[in-house]
Design a protein around this ligand. Structure first.
Ligand code: B12
Ligand code: SF4
Length: 490
C-alpha cells in the first residue's frame, strides 16, 4: 500500500496570518505513519508549505501514485479538504480516501460525502493501522472501532458517543523522518533572551499528555477526554524529545502541568538523559498558582514560555464560561511566571456582542498589564459542545464550518462587521507594543525583525478585511439587527 497523508492549506487570511508567526509540524501524521507496518511506503504532503497547494497535490499524486490518501482537517479547513478529496477522486478514481482529525471527530456527518470512503474519529493510530491492513488484504474494513464507512454504509448512530482516547502508553513514538524539521517554526518569546537570539528558530512539536480535567464550557477537550488527563510514559516522552533534531519544542498538550507528579517525573527523565532543549507549554492560571515549584523546575530545564488562557477581563464573563478561575488568578499567574523568568503568552477572547465600551475596557486592561505577549480570538464554542448547540440558532448561517477559526464571529456582532474587524485589528496593533521583546528592547536580528513586522501587518490586515469573508449584505449591517442569511458563507 502506498500511502499519502495530506494536510490542507487554510483558505482564511486570518489563519494564514497566524501562520506567519507559527507553523508547527504535522505531528498527527508522524503518529499514523509509526502505527502501520513498515513495509508500506508513506509520504507526508503538508500543503501549508506550498504557494500553489493544488498543483503540489496533483504533482505528488502523479509521482507517488498512492493507493490510499489520508486527509486531516480542523473545521475551518473542512471545505478545502472536501474539495481536495474531490480532486483526488477525479484524478485517481481507484485510490481510497480516508479522512481523520478534529473535524472528522466532532462533525462526522459533515464528512459523509461521496468523495470520502472512510472516516476515522478520535485518536487514529489503531483504526488507521487496521484500515491499512484490511485494504492490503483486499477487503473492505468492517467492525473497526472509530472507523466509519461513508454513503450507504454510514452508521449515524456510531457518531453519537465520543470516541474514547486510548491509553497513551499504547501509542508509538511518532516518526519525524517524513518532513524537514527546518520547515517548522514559531516566533519564540522569552523573558531574558540571549543577545541576538533567533526569533524564529526551527521548532518541533511534542505531545506529552492528552486531555484536561477542567470543564470550560466553550472547549471541546472535556468532551473528548471525558474530563480526564492522560499522560504518556515519562521515559517514552523523554526518548521522543531526545531524538528531536532541533533545539526548540512546542508542546501540543491541552494542559501541560495539571498533573504535578507527571510534570516532575518528566523533568527528571529529561534531566537524567541530559536532554537540553527550550520549551513552550500551555497551562491554566490556577495550575501555575497551585504548582509554582513545578514551574520553577521546568524553568531550570529550559521552559521559556507558557500560554495561559486569560480569556476575559471580568469575573462575570469568566464565570459564565465556567473557567474555574478569576481575573486575580490570571494576574497572579502572570506575576509568578515573570518572577520565575518565564514569558507569559496571555490569550484573550472577545465576544461578538462587544460594543465600543467592552473593546475599550479590554484595551485599557491590556495596556495596564506588565509586558506580555498577547493574542486575541473571538469566543466561539467548539462544534460538539453544549454551548455550540445553544448558540447555533443565532449563527449568521448554520454551521459555517469554513469560518470556524475562532477569529470570525459566527454570530451577529453588536458593532457593524466592518467596524468589528477594524477595532479588533487596532487591539492587535496596540498589544504588539506590550511584547516583552519590544518593551525591554532586546536586540533582534534585522531580517527577523522585518519578518515579524510584516507578519504583524498582514495579520492586522486580515482582521480589517475579515468582513469580506461574509456576504456583502452583512458588511455594514448593524449587528443587532442582522438579517438571517441562508446558504454558504465565505
Ligand atoms: C497544538 C494545537 C495547535 C497548534 C498547531 C498544531 C499544528 N500542527 O498545526 C497551534 C497552537 C498553532 C494551533 C492553532 C490553532 N488551533 Co489548535 N490545537 C492544538 C491542540 C492543542 C492539539 C492538536 C495536535 O496537534 N495534537 C497532536 C496530534 C498528534 O493529535 P491530533 O491532531 O489530534 O491527531 C490525532 C487524531 O486526531 C487522528 N488524526 C488526525 N488527523 C488524521 C488523519 C487521518 C487520515 C486519520 C486516519 C487520523 C487522523 O490521529 C492523530 C494521531 O493520534 C488541539 C486540541 C486537541 N486536543 O486536539 C487544538 C485544536 C485542534 N485547535 C483548534 C483551533 C480552533 C485552532 C485555531 C483556529 C485557533 C486560533 N484561532 O488560534 C488555530 C488554527 C491553526 C491552523 N493553522 O489551522 C481547535 C479546533 C476546533 C475545530 N473544530 O476545528 C482545537 C480542538 C482546540 C479546542 N479546544 O477547540 N493549534
Ligand atoms: S480551555 Fe483549557 S482549561 Fe478549559 S477545558 Fe479546555 S483545555 Fe481545559
Amino acid at each position: 500500500m502506498r500511502i499519502l497523508l495530506v494536510k490542507p492549506q487554510a483558505h482564511l487570511q486570518t489563519v494564514l496570518g497566524l501562520q506567519r508567526f507559527q507553523c508547527l509540524e504535522p505531528l498527527e501524521f508522524g503518529y499514523l505513519a509509526a502505527a502501520i507496518p513498515p513495509e508500506h511506503p508513506v509520504r507526508v504532503l503538508d500543503l501549508r508549505l506550498f504557494w500553489r497547494p493544488d498543483a503540489a497535490l496533483i504533482r505528488e499524486l502523479a509521482r507517488f501514485q498512492p493507493d490510499l490518501v489520508g486527509f486531516t482537517a480542523y473545521s475551518h479547513e473542512s471545505g478545502t479538504m472536501k474539495r481536495l478529496a474531490a480532486l483526488v477522486r477525479r484524478l485517481m478514481p481507484k485510490t481510497r480516501i480516508v479522512m481523520g482529525g478534529h473535524h472528522a471527530t466532532v462533525a462526522t456527518a459533515d464528512c459523509n460525502i461521496p468523495e470520502i470512503d472512510y472516516i476515522v474519529r478520535g485518536e487514529g493510530c489503531a483504526p488507521f493501522r487496521d484500515l491499512v491492513t484490511a485494504l492490503h488484504q483486499g477487503h473492505e474494513p468492517d467492525g473497526i472501532a472509530n472507523l466509519l464507512r461513508t454513503g450507504a454504509h454510514f452508521d449515524a448512530a456510531a457518531t453519537v458517543e465520543w470516541p474514547r482516547y486510548p491509553d497513551p502508553r499504547t501509542l508509538p513514538l511518532p516518526r519525524r523522518d517524513l518532513w524537514d524539521p527546518r520547515s517548522y517554526y514559531c516566533a519564540w518569546v522569552c523573558e531574558n533572551p540571549r543577545h541576538w537570539q533567533a526569533l524564529y528558530p526551527p521548532v518541533a512539536m511534542v505531545r506529552t499528555s492528552y486531555g484536561c480535567k477542567m470543564t470550560c464550557s466553550f472547549c471541546i477537550v472535556p468532551f473528548l477526554s471525558g474530563g480526564v488527563h492522560l499522560p504518556r510514559a515519562a521515559d517514552v516522552v523523554a526518548e521522543d524529545i531526545a531524538r528531536i533534531a532541533v533545539d526548540h519544542v512546542y508542546f501540543a498538550d491541552d494542559e501541560n502541568f495539571i498533573d504535578e507528579a507527571f510534570g516532575f517525573e518528566l523533568a527528571e527523565a529529561l534531566e537524567k538523559r541530559g536532554v537540553r532543549k527550550r520549551y513552550f507549554a500551555w497551562a491554566r492560571a490556577t495550575t501555575i498558582l497551585r504548582y509554582p515549584e513545578l514551574l520553577r523546575r521546568w524553568r531550570e530545564i529550559g521552559l521559556d514560555g507558557v500560554f495561559v488562557g486569560f480569556e476575559f477581563v471580568t469575573n462575570q464573563e469568566l464565570k459564565a464560561v465556567h473557567k474555574g478561575g478569576t481575573v486575580s488568578h490570571n494576574e497572579r499567574a502572570l506575576d509568578t511566571l515573570r518572577s520565575l523568568g518565564i514569558a507569559c503568552h496571555t490569550a484573550f477572547m472577545v465576544r461578538p456582542e462587544y460594543g465600543s465600551g467592552e473593546f475599550q475596557r479590554l484595551r485599557d486592561y491590556v495596556n495596564a498589564m506588565p509586558p506580555a505577549q498577547c493574542s486575541f480570538t473571538v469566543c466561539t464554542p467548539s462544534p460538539g459542545t453544549a454551548d455550540y448547540a445553544a448558540a447555533r440558532p443565532a449563527f449568521w448561517a448554520g454551521d459555517a464550518y469554513d469560518l470556524h477559526d475562532c477569529m470570525h464571529p459566527l454570530m451577529p456582532t453588536a458593532l457593524p462587521l466592518r467596524e468589528f474587524g477594524e477595532v479588533f485589528a487596532r487591539q492587535l496593533h496596540e498589544a504588539a507594543w506590550r511584547n516583552p521583546l519590544r518593551v525591554e528592547r532586546h536586540p533582534i536580528r534585522p531580517w527577523e525583525l522585518a519578518r515579524v513586522i510584516v507578519a504583524e501587518q498582514r495579520y492586522e490586515r486580515a482582521f480589517r478585511r475579515l468582513y469580506r469573508d461574509f456576504p456583502r449584505e452583512l458588511w455594514d449591517w448593524p449587528g443587532s439587527a442582522a438579517p438571517a442569511v441562508s446558504g454558504q458563507l465565505c
